[in-house]
Structure formats: C-alpha cells, structure tokens
Design a protein around this ligand. Sequence first.
Ligand code: PBG
Length: 330
Amino acid sequence: MTAAYPHARLRRTRAAAWSRALHRETMLTPADLIWPLFVTEGSGVEEPIASLPGVSRWSFDGIAERAREAVTLGIPCLALFPNTQPGRRSEDGREALNPENLMCQAIRAIRDAVGDGVGILTDVALDPYTSHGQDGLIDEAGYVLNDRTVEVLVGQSLNQAAAGADIIAPSDMMDGRIGAIRAALEDEGYANIQIMAYAAKYASAFYGPFRDAVGSRGLLKGDKKTYQMDPGNSEEALREVALDLAEGADSVMVKPGLPYLDIVRRVKERFEVPVFAYQVSGEYAMIEAAAAAGAGDRDALVLETLLAFKRAGCSGVLTYHAAHAARLLT
Ligand code: PBG
C-alpha cells in the first residue's frame, strides 16, 4: 500500500481559524436547545436548587420571565417540571389531573407572556405528584402497575393539552402509553399536538439533582429498574423506539445524554427520525463541579458537550445550560 502522506495532510485544513470554520461539519445554535424549567407556587419566588448550582425553581411570574428570555435568546422550546406542594401529593398522584396544577398554570403564564413564541414541552409521569415518588400507581408490594398507570397518564396528557401544551413528553416508561395517549389526543381534537417519547430512558444514577428539584428524592423508596431500562442494553433501546414510533410518537428521546451517545447514533441510523437527548441533572452538576474544581473551562465544556449531541445525530438537546449556551452562541 502506498502511503497517502504527504499528499494527504489533514492538518492543512486545520491551520487557520477561517479554514476550521469552513470545514466544520456540525453546528450548534440556540435553536438546538430545549430549556427545562422547574415550577413552584407563589409569586416572586426563586428557590435555588443546591445540587444543581445555578438552577432555580420559579413561581409563575419567574417562569414567564424565563419564557421572554428564551424568545430573546432564540431558544425555541421550554420543558416544564413542577415541584408539587407536599399536601397535594398522594398515593395515586391525582394532582396530575388537576386543571389548576402547577404545570397547567405555568403553561398559561407562558402563553400570556409570549404567545406561541416558544414551544411548551410537558413531562408526563406521576413522580412529581405521588407520595411515594414512583412514576406510576403501585401495588402493595410497591410494583408499578402498567395498564392502570397508562390510564392516568392519558388523563394527565389531556389535562396538559387542554392547558395549551405543544409537545407531550411521556417520561414514565410504561408499555403502550404512546399509543394510548395518541389515540386520546386524536379523539379529543388535539391532532396537532406532538408527542416526544422518552423512548430509551435508562435507570440511571444521573437523575439525583432532578429529584431534589421536583421534591421526590426523599420520598422515593427503592429504584425505578422495573420500568426504566438497564444501562447494559442497546438492542432493547431500538425496540423501545420502534414501538413508540409505531404507536404515534413524532420524535424520540434518549436519556441520559453523554453516556448514551452510542444509543443516539444507533437510533438515528436505524430510524432516520428526529432524535433528541436529555443532558440530565447529574450531567449538568458534573460539568459545574468540574469547572468549579478547575478541571476545565466551563464555557468550553458546555459548548463541547452540547456539540457532541449534534454530532451524534440529535436534532436538539434538553439542557439546564440552555440559556447560558445560547448567550455564548449569540
Ligand atoms: C421523571 C423524570 C426524571 C427526569 C425527567 N423526568 C427523573 C426520574 O426518572 O427519576 C430526570 C431529568 C434529570 O435528571 O435532569 N419521570
């Protein structure tokens, strides 16, 4: 074999900044970002979350302010998560069906502030509403019941749809929920509401700070391994995605993000559909801790990790760094 060198010198195109810009294959823009926000009750309230430094829960006025900020920054979509008051959590999570719950009120506050200037993605799962912190209804042994949970998730989805959600995002990992939710949305006149399925969601150690943020960490007994996926599996992720697409999902999500970029790539290559990833709370906290410890430059770490999602095949990324990244990019 004849050596290509020196005819091929890959460093030629890297030698100058203009050339690197010209040859860059993957771009990151604010339009690639979905910004997760935590909602709490009251007005004028900002509650910092200790395990997610730089992230707070906001009351509705603060949520509306973040929506205006998103519009200014060019962030196209917000994802909402409620910190339900303890008195409103119950064994069956019925607060999820309340048309006046935190999620529904936050949706309306965003609409009042910015109209349809941003998309609103709403999480479907019962963990912010249950007294036991599981994503669904449990039996005496604590096992999460699939079909009965799906019935409640359908009600939760319709409740969010009625409040004005644009994208319903089930994160519960029950079997068959996408089909049931899609059918109900069609029946109730919400044919254009999207479903982004948390299709390949793993039972991960990276969700801790999120559970602090929604107030479920102290309540949760045990783990979520009977419904979230085993981190060792990727064939199974493809089956999950195939089912969710067949049941009517418009897009699919892989979660967590960075440790699962191989799954993003496999899903993208196999299905050629919009794939999103969630850079979850523990990943955010890890980057912040690394930067605080002087292990790397914060801004560079943020932009490099977000670009990696795009390179792996993502259409967009849910990230707590969304506003910061958008500011760096504009
Ligand atoms: C709840 C839900 C979780 C996250 C999003 N939706 C946590 C969990 O499954 O326990 C995690 C997001 C994050 O860690 O940032 N169904």
